[in-house]
Design a protein around this ligand. Sequence first.
Ligand code: ADP
Ligand code: MG
Length: 451
Amino acid sequence: MNRLWESALNDIKARISEENFETWFAPIEFRDQRDDLLVLAIPNKFYADWIDSHYLATLLESIKQNANKALSIEWIVDDRLQEASLKQHEPSAPPPPAPPRRATPTPNIRQRSSLNPKYSFDNFVVGPSNQLGYAASMSAASGNGKRGNPLFIYGGVGLGKTHLVNAVGHRFLSSKQNARVLYLSAECFTNEFIWSLQNGEMDAFRNRYRNECDLLLMDDIQFLAGREQTQEEFFHTFNALYHLDKQIVVTSDVPPKQISGMQERLISRFQWGLVADIQAPELDTRIAILRTKAQQENIILNDDVALFIGQSVKSNVRELEGTLLRLAVKADLLHRSIDLDFAKESLRSLLPSAEQATTVEDIQKAACEYFGIKLSELKSHRRHRAIALPRMIAMYLCRQRLGTSFPELGERFGGKDHTTVMSAVRKITKNVDTDAMVRDAVENIERKLGL
Ligand code: ADP
Ligand code: MG
């Protein structure tokens, strides 16, 4: 079997119930992997429909985590698999799912196992960058913080949002054994909603989300941007749960107001409770995360190596972990121990891209060089276009390429308000397509940095 598919399957297995895994994923056969495409064979088309509408987000996310990039999926129907799975199920096991759609019951999505068992509060490293998100999550998990309802957690990619939300679910369940916890991504919610609409299952859908749920954990809510009908449904789900005093936790990659294409009334509801951000971790936290991960994975990690990796990978915890794991795999293969020399010689090729090595300062310097201005000018409050434009472009690049938060960028650019940074980024985002001079500058600076 293909290694990527194997590890993605493992991940999925940990995230959904055994029964659903056996029904939906076990019969899938890996066929091919080319470029950004994974070709998978299934017994009949119904599998593809069902997986697309119920597990697509889980599937794509697991693949992405294991491949370190997003891949799309092509389903091919292979009748022989149908026969194989029929044989396997004879004589006493129930027949496998067959095309008449309505005949198949909606799977029980209330299982605890939809939470990822890997993500708990115990293995979440707390530092200044995520302290607020952590404390707010703990409070949400205790289920008695009315003021913290809803809890809205936002932050860049790979900074621990999904980890925290899952931890909330586990903690909540550990104190309330029979509680009904729903964890899912907004994408999954959307798919289920659409499927339920098309299949006349809206009553069941509403019942599940509005009446049979004690804690709703909705990951990556920004996915709802521009999806009017799903937003409408989510709005009513939110209201129903809120009025029943059920805790709601939502995550997003940007603060509520910045989710473009989101209804005002939803944005305002997201701000009713507590809005907490997660920033990229500081060096000490990065080192602590590396130590925790090394311990979990039985990797011997010396202090100097931890420091070196921590200094090299800055903006994303997932990459931080990934780098450590790849280093360990390589050391295993070559029968080497992970000492500083080995880490140094390996890391260049192991780092996912130049982005990881690039810092805010690098971008600032490169922008100054390109435009021929001084760093002090870039960070000043001068509004002359000759200074303001390089500043805005540098802010834009930091945001796009490093995912640095708006407040942090404000600070790093000489103490500006985060709204100033936001409007700069928005402006350049717009101009980069229409203004050749801006586009040239962006491309040149990127090239200079090897981005
Ligand atoms: P996000 O949902 O924000 O993109 P994730 O929650 O998926 O990020 O986190 C990416 C990876 O980094 C996960 O494996 C997670 O366990 C790990 N991680 C992130 N923050 C921390 C932390 N503070 N302590 C330990 N692990 C962390
Ligand atoms: Mg996530």
